[in-house]
Design a protein around this ligand. Structure first.
Ligand SMILES: Cc1cc2nc3c(=O)[nH]c(=O)nc-3n(C[C@H](O)[C@H](O)[C@H](O)COP(=O)(O)OP(=O)(O)OC[C@H]3O[C@@H](n4cnc5c(N)ncnc54)[C@H](O)[C@@H]3O)c2cc1C
Length: 556
């Protein structure tokens, strides 16, 4: 319980009796006005008592800010508020999980450093995330201290594109022209130059492009139908890539016009040798000790008046409550979508849902409902040749697993399970590595989470048999995968602008409540609140700083 006159650090109890700072000030002023005798009548002792009283008033005025979520957005907001002048705010970050970082999670697998979530810094020039990684010393480590990591050798230049059945696709005549078509069209869309009309989102836009390409290109040697089938399979392969890039299950649901607003930072896209989590560690280390509190899952937010009350549940124990002047909510769009279901009482609420009391206003509910938030998962596999002796066995150079791009053919009857058909590639994480990676989006990503390891291994083995019949035949020894879709703290991976939504919905996501004038009681940060950089770690970072600045502005 926060007592008047004690340092207003948080104390959790079943019933926190919160003393609102403005009320305290008002009370103190009344006492002074009504009791002139209490004003300095000047003994050293009294002077020190009144100095203490003044100090108490100053401390009591310090606004309490509770930030929900210790992902990049929440940590960036806390960092900005704490950096703004040490003691101006009483800042606490409450996190439901047991770790900081949210959708940033570096792990290890088969002797490699692997990223289960955020992987790339998407453009280094001007990126705050790149600057944090650099300041953390995570960009260049002594080779001895460093584990091999994803794409430590840059982009692969030896891609092997194979059609289902095992035939290598002619790179110059077929694979590269279709790739150039896809890249050119997506670049045009992102430059806002995509030909409008026709509907059908990004998928139909790309398919129209392929039809025009096929009509214009000279007929090749063999059968027109066979060539077109392979070209269509190649476009479907790139569509699978685009699905993982955007998280849209169906590119028909990805708004073409909004692609023209999306921006990366200029410069290279890089991975972080020391691990993405080092960015998070850097942010946490800069906060006062104890500023981040774990295991506090927000279940209900009473935001109709100040103080705002946050109700938590602690593993089924008695609920705890914290009161605050301002709340910065950074939970994922997936969690907010789940929160639209079930009403304030939380009845029928989906796992992870937060009950808002009063319920969120309609403009916010509409934006949450309209924007897209999809599932993307990464599957890491340790692969080995089943039937070729390695160098130990005297077989010469060990075979290298290729950078395999897969063109799945319609109607082909191999034993590949449907969920494997949604991935673009199975590639070693760097040349020569025996750890391979495949990305999955949408329903395939969600289904992957429901499978046992041996089912996953069987599915990948069947796929490898169909694309790399050997020798050598490749086999998967073990797997490690992410599970963002079913984790109640995320309920998906990142946001996109769905057909029927627009960049304005991203702006609406960022609007604080209550709408209009008056102190902002609930502020919104997180990747899904940034109009041009949504879906990235830098969007999360910038949104956290933006909401901290909003509060700083309010108290200026
Ligand atoms: C597979 C994958 C690959 C990605 N690849 C890239 C990439 O290459 N480059 C890139 O820039 N970005 C990438 N991203 C996206 C990036 O990780 C996110 O955009 C960013 O980390 C989101 O940060 P955030 O702070 O907005 O949200 P989060 O990281 O989701 O943080 C929100 C926090 O709130 C907590 N929380 C949830 N509910 C509650 C509750 N009720 N009470 C208290 N706490 C709660 C969560 O536990 C979480 O810690 C990827 C994401 C995934 C999943």
């Amino acid at each position: 319980m926060a007592q008047p006159g004690t340092s207003p650090t948080f104390s959790l109890s079943p019933n926190v009796l919160f003393v609102c700072p403005p009320l305290l000030v008002f009370y103190a002023l009344c006492v002074l006005a009504l009791c002139p005798a209490a004003l300095p009548v000047i003994t050293p002792r009294r002077r020190s008592a009144s100095a203490r009283a003044r100090k108490r008033m100053v401390m009591a005025k310090k606004p309490r800010v509770v930030i929900v979520g210790a992902g990049v957005a929440g940590l960036a907001a806390a960092h900005r508020l704490c950096a703004a002048g040490g003691d101006r705010f009483d800042v606490t970050v409450v996190e439901a999980g047991a770790r900081a970082g949210g959708r940033v999670l570096t792990s290890e697998f088969a002797g490699h450093r692997v990223e289960m979530g955020a992987t790339w810094v998407q453009g280094v020039d001007g990126s705050p995330v790149y600057a944090l990684a650099r300041d953390a010393g995570a960009l260049g480590e002594a080779p001895a201290a460093s584990l091999p990591y994803e794409r430590m050798d840059g982009f692969p230049d030896r891609v092997l594109t194979v059609a289902e059945g095992g035939e290598v696709v002619d790179a110059d005549r077929v694979a590269r022209p279709v790739e150039a078509l896809y890249r050119g069209m997506m670049d045009a869309a992102r430059a806002g130059e995509a030909a409008a009309g026709g509907g059908g989102g990004v998928e139909e836009y790309l398919r129209r492009g392929l039809r025009a390409y096929q009509a214009a290109r000279p007929a090749g040697g063999g059968s027109k139908e066979e060539l077109e089938e392979v070209e269509e399979a190649l476009l479907a392969m790139h569509i699978n890539r685009e699905r993982t890039d955007t998280s849209a299950d169906d590119l028909g649901d990805l708004d073409l016009a909004a692609e023209g607003e999306y921006r990366d930072f200029p410069g290279e896209h890089v991975t972080i040798p020391g691990g993405y989590s080092r960015v998070v560690d850097r942010l946490v280390a800069a906060l006062p000790p104890g500023a981040v509190r774990f295991g506090l899952r927000l279940r209900r937010l009473e935001w109709g008046e100040t103080p705002v009350r946050l109700h938590f549940a602690d593993d089924g124990a008695r609920p705890a409550t914290i009161a605050a002047d301002h709340v910065i909510l950074t939970v994922s769009l997936g969690v907010l979508k789940a929160s639209l279901v079930g009403g304030n009482a939380g009845k029928d609420a989906a796992a992870g849902a937060i009950a808002f009391d009063p319920r969120l206003p309609q403009f916010k509910r509409d934006a949450v409902a309209r924007l897209g938030f999809g599932a993307v998962n990464k599957l890491f596999m340790e692969v080995e040749p089943a039937d070729t002796p390695g160098p130990e066995g005297g077989g010469g150079q060990p075979p290298e697993f290729p950078f395999l791009h897969m063109a799945f053919l319609r109607g082909h009857v191999s034993k590949i399970p449907w969920w494997m058909r949604g991935t673009e590639s199975i590639c070693p994480v760097h040349a020569g590595s025996r750890v391979a990676l495949a990305w999955f989006a949408g329903r395939e990503a969600a289904h992957l989470e429901s499978l046992a390891d041996d089912e996953v291994i069987r599915g990948v083995d069947a796929t490898l048999d169909a694309f790399l019949p050997g020798p050598p035949r490749w086999r998967v020894r073990r797997v490690k995968r992410s599970g963002w879709a079913t984790d109640p703290l995320f309920l998906g991976s990142y946001s996109y602008v769905a057909v029927g939504s627009s960049g304005e919905d991203l702006d609406r996501m960022a609007e604080p409540l209550p709408r209009g004038s008056g102190p902002p009681r609930v502020l919104f940060a997180g990747e899904a609140t940034h109009r041009t950089h949504y879906s990235t770690t830098h969007a999360a970072y910038l949104s956290g700083v933006r909401e901290a600045e909003r509060l700083l502005q309010h108290y200026r």
